[in-house]
Ligand binder design. Structure first.
Ligand code: ADP
Ligand code: MG
Length: 366
């Protein structure tokens, strides 16, 4: 399997309407083009699996990037979605989105699709197969894990411990797992948990997210004695901004250091996986360790959120350079082995979208 790395350039916001757009989708929406800050006549090009511009709707994002992974989830493969980018570029909009049907982000759409497919599987098997959905939702703040089903005042400052289980997989001890049988139930739990997310004001955005929010949706398919698990994880990453720009006090600097480290480890893992290196440093940060990034089978989509305006210029370039390492992700394409069944390694190769092409940073002569 390989990761799809796609870029999404958000529209100008109401207070930016008089600003120039310096970031554009080019080459049939496969390239992001941006000027060299030191010489604006020179343009840099970064290639992606796909580039979405301001015309892209929430439905487009879901249909093209997330919907195709749902069938793999039901075959027992894990799905991991990341939204990466500077605060204010549209990560939360892409993942969670707004309240109206049209504004809903990929997460509620994914859940809706999971429930639809679950009902179909049950119907097609005349209820011989039963599908259950459960969610956990936590944030990683300053490298500590907090259950978003717990209100902030009940948190222990050290966060929840992580231990390796018998099969060597890192698990968060004491994390709440809530069954949710309908979309409505999911949305109630998700909204309630989102109120518990740590946010703090920075110069960039009044509700800047300084934590990684990790939603895990566990799908359990039971047919008689046979049980198959798979997980869809959707991660709204902390803002990747350069903290020199945000007028940070000491607390902000501690946050920034921990955010930078975990994003660096994420990039390193993705790079190692893409280069098929045997050592993937996924244990070097809590997020990649819990996600077992590159250790599990499955399908990964990284959405790089970008703002089109000059005030983000250097941050946008650093985001693009982050993705530049994210060329291709290769992980073992083995089904999650159901209990009580002979393992079938190598079966069910994903017939997913083509691999993300190598990203080139090439100055284009005007
Ligand atoms: P982040 O989570 O990366 O900090 P947000 O998702 O909060 O960014 O987006 C910042 C602002 O931009 C919000 O007001 C959001 O509604 C708006 N926005 C982001 N992306 C889009 C988009 N594609 N279309 C319309 N508005 C958007
Ligand atoms: Mg956000």
């Amino acid at each position: 399997m390989s990761v799809r790395v796609v870029a999404r350039i958000r529209p100008l916001l109401k207070n930016e309407l008089d600003k120039d757009k310096i970031v554009e989708a080019a080459d049939n929406k496969t390239v992001v083009r941006i000027p060299n800050p030191k010489n604006e006549a020179e343009l840099y090009s970064f290639q992606f699996s796909s580039v979405y511009d301001e015309a892209a709707t929430q439905q487009d994002m879901f249909e093209n990037e997330v919907s195709p992974t749902v069938k793999h989830l039901f075959k027992g493969c894990d799905v991991t979605l990341f939204a990466y980018g500077v605060t204010g570029t549209g990560k939360t909009h892409t993942m969670r989105g707004g309240k109206s049907l049209a504004d809903r982000g990929v997460i509620p759409r994914l859940l809706s699709s999971i429930y639809r497919r679950a009902r179909k599987v049950e119907k097609d098997t005349a209820n011989a197969t039963q599908v259950e959905v459960a969610m956990s939702y936590y944030e990683i703040y300053n490298d500590r894990v907090f259950d978003l089903f717990e209100p902030p005042e009940k948190r222990t400052p050290a966060g929840l411990p992580i231990r390796d289980n018998q099969s060597g997989k890192a698990v968060v001890v004491g994390l709440t797992e809530r069954p949710c049988t309908t979309l409505k139930e999911f949305e109630q739990l998700y909204d309630q948990a989102n109120l518990n997310r740590s946010t703090s004001a920075t110069k960039l955005n009044a509700h800047s997210s300084r934590s990684h929010a990790v939603l895990c949706v566990k799908v359990t398919q039971t047919t008689g004695e046979e049980v198959q698990f798979s997980t869809a994880s959707a991660i709204d990453l902390a803002g990747s901004e350069d903290n020199r720009r945000t007028d940070n006090n000491k607390e902000r600097l501690v946050e920034s250091a921990s955010i930078n480290k975990s994003l660096f480890v994420l990039a390193s893992c993705v790079e190692a996986i893409s280069k098929k290196q045997s050592r993937i440093p996924y244990r070097e940060s809590k997020m990649t360790r819990i996600l077992a990034l590159g250790q599990n089978n499955g399908h990964c989509v990284m959405i790089l959120n970008l703002a089109p305006v000059r005030s983000y210029h250097l941050d946008t370039l650093s985001s693009l350079n982050f993705a530049n390492r994210t060329k291709k992700i290769e992980v073992n394409e083995i089904e999650n082995q159901p209990f009580f069944r002979d393992p079938l390694p190598g079966k069910n190769k994903l017939e997913g979208k083509p691999d993300a092409p190598a990203m080139n940073r090439q100055p284009l002569r005007p």
